[in-house]
Design a protein around this ligand. Structure first.
Ligand SMILES: [Zn+2]
Length: 326
């Protein structure tokens, strides 16, 4: 029988102790950087399909609830027949921050994301200084609907594209006019960056068009970090094209049900390269029709669009920062 006590074997050497201390410091820094800070909503609003926890004003919260309900109606009207859609579900939960500074203080490590969804909460701020104060929230709310109501499993381009298709649509007092583009939304205010020349070949050469094959496959394109606005523009415009064009709109839901990956796309819509030509023409026409309008972003002085993105799926999908988050 040994005189050694069992725990003796586990005594750490000085070097190991030092490494452990370093590790703890790194973990503490990571925690400080990413763990949400305490947040105390000043009001809770029970809407028809949403529960909204808010530090925005009662009027702003009510208006956001109304916008969310119009989105819910528009989304259900179009996607209510997909296989996984459930009309009975738990209340959808929302955290509405009073402004951008508060959202970022409470949720550190957001990177370039302006909002994010991580089940069960959508988190966004009321953008009081923007013409459309709701589009960041509506973008996340579509991710929430995709996940908690329609139970979709989508390729990234279609997950983000659907979020933008709805959130970049015009909101009136009584309706979200799906497909009618609101220029005061992300990523539409970056539209000058996509398809800069009239020729597809030239745009593929100058990098203002990413090959649709890479968009659909989710790999093989330029770096996402350096080009996230361009990626969002592709995701949005491709979704808009499929959902709005006479030729393809009737197949959109089948594509959604099949997830929208490369092989599903070719099976439902057609071979990528010919469709790319059609989509490119669509984008050019969209640009030209939108270009006749004012692309100003801010209410006050028409400041240029800020260098930031919607939730960036990057943060939302992959904690800790999930801007690409769902
Ligand atoms: Zn998103």
């Amino acid at each position: 029988m040994s005189s050694e006590k069992p725990f003796f074997r586990w005594r750490l050497k000085a070097r190991e102790t030092r490494l452990l201390a370093y590790l703890l410091v790194v973990l503490a820094v990571a925690a400080w950087k990413f763990i949400p800070r305490p947040w105390h909503p000043t009001l809770t609003l029970a809407a028809p399909h949403h529960t909204i926890y808010s530090t925005a004003s009662p009027e702003q919260t009510q208006a956001t609830a109304h916008a969310l309900e119009l989105l819910y109606v528009a989304y259900s009207n179009r996607l209510g027949s997909v296989n996984g859609f459930r009309r009975t579900h738990l209340q959808l939960q929302i955290k509405l921050f009073k402004d951008r500074a508060e959202l970022r203080r409470v949720n550190p490590g957001l990177g370039w994301a302006e909002a994010f969804y991580r089940e069960p909460f959508c988190r966004a701020y009321f953008a009081a200084d923007e013409n459309n104060p709701y589009h960041w929230m509506l973008h996340e709310a579509v991710h929430q609907l995709n996940h908690e109501v329609a139970h979709l499993q989508l390729a990234q381009w279609l997950e983000e594209g659907l979020a933008q298709y709805y959130s970049a649509s015009r909101l009136t007092a009584s309706e979200l006019k799906v497909g009618r583009v609101d220029l005061n939304t992300y990523p539409v205010w970056w539209i000058d960056e996509i398809a800069t020349s009239a020729e597809l070949e030239e745009n593929l050469r100058n990098g203002s068009v990413i090959p649709l094959r890479a968009i659909l496959a989710g790999r093989g394109g330029p770096g996402m970090k350096q080009n996230f606005n361009l990626y969002y523009l592709h995701w949005w415009s491709l979704t808009h094209f499929i959902f709005e064009s006479e030729k393809y709109r009737s197949r959109a839901l089948v594509l959604v049900e099949k997830g929208g990956g490369l092989s599903a796309f070719e099976a439902v819509i057609g071979p990528v390269e010919p469709v790319q030509v059609e989509w490119h023409g669509y984008v050019r026409r969209l640009k030209s029709s939108l270009g006749r309008n004012d692309l100003g972003f801010s209410k006050g002085n028409g400041d240029p669009a800020p260098a930031r993105s919607a939730d960036a799926s990057a943060n939302t999908a992959t904690p800790p920062a999930q801007p690409q988050g769902r």
